[in-house]
Design a protein around this ligand. Structure first.
Ligand code: ATP
Ligand code: MG
Length: 646
């Protein structure tokens, strides 16, 4: 497929932190002498006791151990809140936009310090201390950020569970880390509908004996049961505590949080991140990747229930004293213009979202976008999946009016922060490519035997040395950590993703390596076929998987969601097969196309391919863990209309 190149925008480059030459120079230094580089960068945060040792890491599968700044001490909350409250107390720290367009709130750094300190005192009053696990099951309200930061303030370890998860998913995560306290709300509110968070919590508690206290934030005022001796209203207990709470001195390697991965490839893992390295890394990436300028309004549309919300709504931006926007609702409520209206309402300069949202909003039609102003926008970003060239181009042309660079950021829950990404003033863009490594990140491409491949090539994406934001272990299961990430290609961190590197050294993530299919001996990334399908004007979304095929080994099975108003006809099915043939070649023609009104997605918007694979194989009785699906009912429809009845 042809590749277009979009040169660095001169307007952006003029004021950017680094230009092209600056990036090359700084990158070279960062990998030649990581100790000097990160020792210097770590000064962006305030340490209580300075570290004497920068890096102590080993990827040796017999002894995987990752430590950064190990003898330094700090408090993460102090760095995100107090130091800015002292120097710019009146600046908004959080702008909160409610589900209902008439509701919004601004919280300054001074106010944030009060809220967080009070929250911390409530936790302390209920016996939470250093090292204790606290589960946070809250909607996108400011209290979610207060609660996370309150934990960090007193050295407790938070585990945020997305507020759309079922009682079972919540219970599994509470039990895995033995939380003794859950913070929830009466109800959540999304797209005008309420979610019974307290009732879900009650159900989860029945299976979770470790829980001693449930702190309930009042959001909607809906009716809930309160269990005597266990449940307390936040607004009541908060009245009886002081608004001052000293931040605790923590070691750089003390745990900051546990976050369970979305489970699109297996059962969720409790990814553990620690304090010093994580904060240095999220702060630095937030500043450089988004070219963040003091005073700008920055909006990441993720939920705090997944890592993007942790690193790029809360910790990174607040460590930098930024103004971070937090949105309670969904992109299509009250209508598909909502995001663009929020951008105009709050003068958002930086907008960071996921391909799934971009495709949905693209499907809703350009009018929703073009009727808004969006002139405040300067930088656009995407994360979560490979973004197909058609969606990228739409995002660039229609949303950004051809003015705003798109940073396509590749990273994972495990990596803590962004690893491969353009920098707005430094990197010419290629639609669909995450481009180049961030400072200090050393990606490599290996073949199935672990040989490093040079130059333009394709294979498995590994990282050859540690970076400060890397996860330290799987909570309670270090063996699983070693097995999952360090055993396939000894000496390297294996991402599980495949990628291509082109002649300019640009990286193109082709999806998870499990998603490569082998058709008559030809290996193909499913992402490429999906990308071709989505380029058809009638297709809104597509997911491709392999299934056993007598002649070819594997056949190509495509699930296709059409644009609103399009009819799923036999003719269109044939047209799509022809289309893919023309776009990629006969080898890529789908054998089966199933029209699907919806695809099974995780809460973070990712397609759960292992379920699609099972249905394609006609073995749908055992679909595995589906508790993390956003809408489990879409599966029934897919099973009912499956195309392969073996
Ligand atoms: P699980 O690990 O439980 O299966 P998950 O991998 O979906 O869940 P995340 O850590 O949120 O959970 O997602 C990371 C993955 O998302 C990456 O490994 C990659 O496959 C994909 N990804 C993220 N950003 C990009 C991007 N910019 N381009 C391509 N793929 C991306
Ligand atoms: Mg993963």
């Amino acid at each position: 497929m042809s590749e277009s190149i979009i040169p660095v925008s001169e307007a952006v480059a003029k004021t950017a932190l680094v230009d092209e030459a600056g990036y090359e120079e700084m990158y070279r230094k960062s990998v030649q002498d990581p100790v000097a580089f990160w020792g210097e960068q770590a000064k962006r945060i305030e340490w209580i006791k300075p570290f004497s040792k920068v890096k102590n890491t080993s990827f040796d599968p017999h002894n995987v151990s990752i430590k950064w700044f190990e003898d330094g001490t700090l408090n993460v909350c102090y760095n995100c809140v107090d130091r800015h409250a002292e120097t710019k107390g009146d600046q908004p720290a959080i702008i909160w936009e409610g589900d209902d367009p008439s509701e919004s709130l601004t919280i300054t750094y001074r106010e944030l310090k009060d809220h967080v300190s009070r929250f911390a005192n409530v936790l302390k009053a209920h016996g939470v201390g250093r090292g204790d696990r606290v589960t946070i099951y809250l909607p996108m309200i400011p209290e979610a950020a207060y609660a996370m930061l309150a934990c960090a303030r007193i050295g407790a370890i938070h585990s945020v569970v997305f507020a759309g998860f079922s009682p079972d998913s919540l219970a599994g995560r509470v039990q895995d880390c033995d939380s003794k306290l859950i913070i929830t709300a009466d109800e959540g509110l999304r797209g005008g509908r309420t979610i019974p968070l307290k009732a879900n919590t009650d159900a989860a508690c029945e299976k979770s004996p470790s829980v001693e206290t449930v702190v309930v934030v009042r959001r909607t005022g809906g009716d809930v049961d309160m269990k005597d001796g266990r449940d307390v209203w936040y607004h009541e207990v908060a009245e009886n505590v002081s608004s001052s709470c000293p931040p605790v001195e923590m070691n750089a390697e003390d745990p900051l949080f546990i976050l369970y991965t979305s489970g699109s490839t297996g059962s969720p893992k409790g990814v553990l991140h620690t304090s010093g390295g994580y904060l240095v890394y999220t702060s630095m990436t937030h500043q450089y990747v988004f070219d963040y300028k003091s005073g700008e309004i920055y909006w990441c549309t993720a939920d705090v229930g997944w890592v993007t919300g942790h690193s790029y709504i809360v910790y990174g931006p607040l460590a930098n004293g930024a103004t971070t926007l937090m949105f309670e609702g969904v992109p299509t409520y009250p209508d598909a213009s909502r995001h663009w209206q929020v951008i105009d309402k709050h003068d958002v300069a930086i907008y960071y979202t996921a391909p799934t949202a971009i495709r949905a909003l693209m499907g809703a039609g350009d009018d929703h976008v073009t009727k808004t102003d969006r002139s405040s926008l300067r930088i656009l970003g995407t994360v979560g999946e490979p973004i197909n060239a058609a969606a990228w181009q739409w995002y660039y042309d229609v949303v950004g009016d051809g003015r705003c660079p798109i940073v396509d950021t590749w990273w994972q829950t495990e990596t803590g922060g962004i690893l491969i990404t353009p920098l707005p003033g430094a990197t010419a863009l290629k639609p669909g490519s995450a481009t180049k490594p961030f400072f200090g990140v050393q990606p490599a491409v290996v073949d199935a035997n672990g040989n490093y491949l040079e130059g333009a090539t394709e294979g498995n994406l590994v990282i050859t040395d540690s970076w400060p934001g890397q996860m330290r272990t799987v909570y309670g299961d270090h063996d699983r950590f070693v097995q999952t990430y360090f055993s396939a290609y000894p000496g390297n961190y294996f991402s599980g993703d495949g990628c291509r590197r082109d002649e300019d050294g640009y990286y193109w993530i082709t999806g998870r390596v499990d998603d490569v299919i082998n058709v008559s001996g030809h290996r193909m990334g499913t992402a490429e076929i999906e990308s071709a399908l989505v380029a058809h004007s009638k297709v809104a979304e597509a997911a491709v998987v392999g299934y056993p095929h007598d002649l070819k080994g594997q056949g190509i099975y495509a699930y296709v969601t059409l644009m609103g108003g399009e009819e799923p006809t036999e003719e269109l099915r044939k047209e799509l097969v022809q289309w893919v043939r023309r776009e990629i070649g006969p080898i890529a023609s789908p054998d089966l196309i199933q029209f699907a009104p919806g695809l099974p997605k995780t809460r973070s918007g990712k397609i759960m391919r292992r379920i699609l694979r099972k249905i394609a194989e006609d073995s749908f009785e055992n679909l595995g863990d589906t508790s993390t699906l956003a809408d489990p009912s879409v599966v029934d429809n897919l099973v009912e209309h499956r195309m392969n009845r073996a």
